[in-house]
Ligand binder design. Structure first.
Ligand SMILES: [Ca+2]
Ligand SMILES: [Ca+2]
Length: 586
């Protein structure tokens, strides 16, 4: 048996129970598209930046009840402890931050997702102080994550397989033609950094962040992030190396890597990943590439991904490389399993499997209900091949470890390249094509981009969905053709509201779906009713996705205006909004 590569950065969260939370609700993202549309319109109207995650989460659970085992572990920890504290409401951030400062911490606030990161001198004192605090939704340890150290391998010029076979396999050239050479959408790569001096990235990097130092220096001492980035945006036609699938699409490079506690390189913490996601959202990223996979999932990760959804950011993740490991093979790994829809259905993002040049799934590629689709990421010959991309210059990487069979290529300019295998390298290929599809039809919502890609993927054998390749290999030509006719027009919402004392009688009227000429018609209109009692900061769903028009009573509460909004959404999740009125309780 050949060696199984672990090109994905492993997130080691084995002790954590799988708390999939809201990012992975069994009912799927359609429950929240109406809410998102209302929040977006409101944000535009008030010229606010990123949309904050709607809080509190439903269902509510006390911090203690939600994770008693976790609190016990924090209380027993010796010495100072890094924790993540989720607040119930955004307004609770300053108050809970004050409590943390009283405990001797210097908390950092993630304002989009309502989470505080802090190192507290005593875990026991923290648990004592906050376990019954009604402002706290949960407290969890900020775990250390690790990059797997298995090496990547290099090119054998005798193979006869094109270096850039992956580019051809997903018909990137056709998608690039349809998109006009690239996308104005930006792909954020949360990884081990990027060699921004590599000539393949000249003019391709929009922003950078090193989550550990807070600076823009994203030097990549592992090589993984530079390799992933090259698959997306390496320059075509510059007589150097290969080419990324997304043409002149810009990157946001986030180095979330830290030195491990044992002194080796290639570790992460959940806090770093969450900080990276928040930075990407606030920097206006459109696609979030996470070539990370690990067992277990935390509430803070769930919140960060949910916030990505509400900000119309598409998360794309590697399904994981552990299908063949000796101990408990083929685990469910995250974040992929939290964002891929169930059995090819709609999710908030894409879980990407890896395939070989013969179209067959890579033996190491995880298979489960949440695999969305596949992209090239392995060789069908031997561990010496895979997909071809960029390596950092002047940095010893995983590819340079003498015991690895890698052979690093250096061209006349000194730029370095290699082959690599892993779902880590399939994910960025899907991310790059996603950015192009978004350029072909700019009005697509993030989960609609994912749907266009899954609906048009090319199944190597048979049809439909399977747990190995999802709906098939990404197909840039078919996806751009589909994007051109995808229904992105919302039905017109209808409704009236009439006050009766401290209640409002609402009548939601029938809507007919609409579409642009020459486009498909999604149909399947559903109706929702939302109310905001805090000046439009948050909206509560009073009625959710009803298949028919309805009447309802809304109680007026609180001291501020109660804003009542009806929505009519079509089957693609395009939502029309009608503001039915503002009323103040007497
Ligand atoms: Ca090139
Ligand atoms: Ca429509």
């Amino acid at each position: 048996m050949r060696a199984v590569r672990r090109a994905a950065l492993a997130i080691l969260l084995c002790a954590a129970p799988v708390v999939v939370a809201s990012a992975h609700a069994s009912t799927g993202p359609m429950d929240r598209v109406a809410l998102r549309e209302v929040l977006r319109q409101h944000a535009r109207a008030s010229a606010r930046g990123s949309i904050r995650l709607p809080l509190p989460e439903a269902p509510r659970a006390s911090a203690a009840a939600a994770n008693a085992g976790e609190l016990g572990a924090i209380a027993r920890a010796a010495g100072s402890t890094r924790v993540l504290v989720g607040v119930r409401d955004h307004g609770d951030l300053p108050g809970v931050a004050r409590e943390l400062r009283l405990l001797g911490a210097a908390p950092e606030a993630f304002t989009t997702i309502g989470v505080l990161a802090a190192t507290v001198p005593s875990g026991a004192a923290l648990v004592d102080a906050l376990r019954a605090d009604p402002r706290v939704a949960y407290i969890e340890r900020d775990r250390e994550l690790q990059a797997a150290a298995d090496p990547f391998d290099a090119l054998d010029p005798a193979t006869g397989i094109k270096f850039t076979w992956a580019y051809d396999d997903v018909r990137a050239g056709d998608a690039l033609l349809a998109a006009g050479g690239g996308s104005r959408r930006t792909v954020a790569v949360i990884d081990t950094g990027l060699d921004v001096t590599h000539p393949e990235f000249l003019g391709r990097v929009a922003r950078t962040l090193d989550t550990a130092s807070g600076t823009s220096d994203v030097s990549d001492s592992v090589g993984h992030g530079t390799f992933v980035s090259g698959l997306i945006s390496a320059i075509d036609g510059n007589n150097i190396g290969g080419k990324g699938v997304a043409g002149n699409t810009q990157l946001i490079a986030v180095n979330a890597e830290r030195t491990c506690t044992d002194g080796s390189r290639g570790c992460f913490s959940v806090g770093d990943v969450v900080r990276g996601i928040e930075f990407a959202i606030q920097s206006g990223a459109d696609v979030l590439n996470m070539s990370l996979a690990g067992e277990g999932f935390t509430r803070s990760q769930a919140r960060a991904l949910e916030a990505a959804f509400f900000n119309d950011v598409l998360p794309v993740a590697a399904s994981g490389n552990n299908a063949q490991r000796p101990q408990s093979p083929n685990p469910l790994e995250f974040p992929a399993a939290a964002i891929g829809g169930q059995r090819g259905g709609r999710g908030i993002g894409l879980s990407v499997a890896a395939t070989m040049p013969n179209g067959v799934v890579a033996p190491f590629s995880n298979h489960n209900d949440f695999v969305s689709l596949a992209a090239p990421g392995a060789s069908d010959r031997s561990c010496e091949f895979g997909v071809f991309s960029t390596l950092p210059a002047n940095q010893p990487t995983e590819w340079d470890v003498p015991s690895s069979c890698s052979r690093v290529l250096v061209d006349a300019s000194g730029a370095r390249f290699a082959y690599g295998e892993g779902t880590s390298f399939a994910a960025p290929i899907a991310s790059g094509i996603a950015a192009l599809i978004w350029e072909v039809e700019a009005r697509l919502a993030s989960e609609q981009v994912a749907e266009v890609l899954t609906a048009t993927a090319r199944q190597p054998a048979g049809g439909g969905w399977n747990e190995f390749t999802g709906t098939g290999i990404v197909d840039g030509l078919a996806a751009s053709a589909r994007a051109r006719v995808y229904d992105v027009t919302a039905p017109r919402a209808r409704g009236t509201a009439r006050r009766r004392g401290n209640r409002v009688s609402v009548r939601v009227g029938r809507s007919v779906d609409r579409t642009a000429s020459g486009h498909e018609l999604a149909g399947n209109v559903t109706y929702s009713l939302l109310v905001s009692r805090d000046g439009g900061q948050t909206f509560e769903l009073v009625r959710d996705r009803r298949p028919r028009p309805f009447t309802a009573w809304v109680a007026l509460r609180g001291r501020r205006q109660n804003a009542i909004v009806s929505t009519a959404c079509d089957g693609n999740g395009n939502c029309g909004i009608k503001r039915l009125g503002r009323f103040r309780a007497r």
